[in-house]
Design a protein around this ligand. Structure first.
Ligand code: 2HG
Ligand code: ZN
Length: 463
């Protein structure tokens, strides 16, 4: 960035108006980071465009002046993808949060990228429809960020990831070109589908400005089951039996120490009479499935795969059970945990977990590790809790080395080092465990096409 910070802010103000730029230290600290706090935020300023035209103007100016841009949504990311620590301009989409169209016949919604995810869900519900992606940070994350990170969450087993919902994207790429990708069409076989390059691109190709999403018929009233299982292998037996009997909307798991932490944080009693190494939490549409679920539970108890279980009787009970899983990440945040977010093919899970548990005991000896995740999707979250008296650099070095060993194991099993949180800054060093040299070279070449000046979120995903 050759111009002075004041000159950058002045140029942007000329384009966006006085209220379109923030350059005070509080704004820099607030907008320049995500949930990782990996490095101290230090953006030169924050630009707040109101239209795709303004986004285009910002990119054009940045390209000519070689200023780096960091696209910013709700800043709930867990990989440092939205971190601005090197004098970049943060481009926040928060003022572009309008509803553009909703069509109950086509079952689609088009919104500006800064709309909060929960607002997308509410607009869909108001039209008698349902948006299929949900997760604990839906109340503050933005849909453009969900697209840029291909957010997953708790209902992937039924509706798929964010990618599966995206019918169309308005983007401004690093050349300053505005493009309408796929135009909201259901069918469109006209060569390479550039929409899917931008989904999960973590801001390195351009900025998402509008999003058209598929909506679904609303699900029925939810019923939630919490099951105590004697060992990890039983979780997959439960998955198989449940899926043979009914259609789950979610199939999650967590370990006993995670449950204890959440119980304590929420001030609630143990949900089951039995303590077990692992718990499965699953949700299904109650209507016509309750009897099948109970019959499946009986079979699982008889087979020794479930030690104890509870099925919600009311919506309030269903929500209480969900809290045990949904509050996990927020509860553990107190210990500023080191996070691993990995994915395996489901059949690989038991063998992987057996080896990973041994590795974790060795690599993270003496540290508390909490296992949880979206097990129906093969997605494991391993959180290593930071001891109160930890020396931060030592803890990071130890955990980073541990993640490397886990990544080797993941690679050996054909899995992914980032299931749903992205690569960002945190996992750059692990990318090659999941993507081949040829793939990474292709990604770099694609970045050069859309962002020849290298101004879009530089240093994220790869150097
Ligand atoms: C979840 O599944 C989120 O709760 C957060 O993906 C996971 O904090 C984490 O490790
Ligand atoms: Zn998750």
């Amino acid at each position: 960035m050759s111009a002075t910070p004041a000159a950058v802010a002045r140029s942007l103000r000329e384009m966006l108006g006085a209220d379109g730029v923030l350059d005070d230290p509080q704004a820099a600290a607030r907008y320049g980071t995500d949930r990782t706090a990996l490095a101290p935020p230090d953006p030169v300023c924050v630009a707040l465009p109101r239209t795709p035209g303004e986004v285009r103007a910002i990119v054009g100016l940045a390209r000519r002046a070689r200023w780096s841009l960091v696209p910013s949504g709700g800043r709930t990311g867990l990989s440092g993808g939205a971190l601005a620590a090197h004098g970049e301009i943060v481009v926040s989409l928060e003022r572009m949060n309008g509803l553009l169209a909703i069509d109950p016949v086509e079952r689609s919604i088009t919104v500006e990228a800064g709309m909060i995810t929960a607002d997308v869900q509410h607009h869909a519900a108001a039209a008698g429809l349902f948006y299929g992606v949900d997760f604990a940070s839906a109340g503050s994350s933005q849909i453009g960020g969900n697209v840029a990170t291909n957010a997953g969450g708790i209902r992937v087993i039924r509706y798929g990831m964010t990618r599966e919902q995206v019918r169309g994207l308005g983007v401004v790429d690093g050349r300053g070109e505005a493009m309408e990708l796929n135009r909201g069409l259901v069918k469109n076989n006209t060569g390479l589908d550039l929409r899917h390059l931008f989904v999960g691109s973590e801001g390195i190709l351009g900025i998402v400005t509008t999003v058209t999403l598929a909506l679904h018929p609303p699900p029925g009233a939810p019923a939630v089951m919490l099951l105590a299982v004697p060992d990890f292998a039983s979780i997959l037996e439960v998955l198989h039996t449940i899926r043979s009997a009914l259609a789950p909307n979610a199939f999650e798991f967590f370990g006993h120490n995670g449950l204890l932490r959440v119980q304590q944080a929420l001030g609630v009693r143990p949900p089951l009479a039995v303590a077990a190494p692992f718990y499965v939490l699953l949700e299904f549409d109650e209507q016509d499935q309750r009897e099948s679920a109970l019959a499946a539970l009986d079979r699982l108890v008889d087979a020794g795969r479930v030690l104890d279980g509870v099925l919600s009787q009311t919506l309030a009970q269903a929500q209480e059970l969900w809290r045990l899983r949904e509050a996990m990440s927020e509860t553990l945040a107190r210990w500023r945990p080191w996070k691993n977010d990995i994915a395996l093919r489901v059949p690989q899970l038991p063998a992987f977990v057996e080896r990973a548990q041994a590795l974790v005991e060795r690599e993270y000896a003496g540290l508390e590790v909490v296992w949880y995740g979206h097990i129906g999707d093969g997605n494991l979250h391993l959180n290593v809790l930071r001891p109160e008296d930890a020396d931060n650099a030592g803890f990071a070095a130890l955990c980073s080395a541990g993640s490397q060993r886990i990544a080797e194991l993941v690679a050996g099993c054909g899995g992914s080092v980032s299931a749903e949180h992205g690569i960002g800054l945190l996992k750059k060093g692990l990318l090659a465990y999941s993507r081949s040299a040829a793939e990474i070279a292709a990604m770099r070449a694609i970045k050069r096409v859309f962002d020849p000046a290298g101004i879009m979120n530089p240093g994220k995903v790869f150097d």
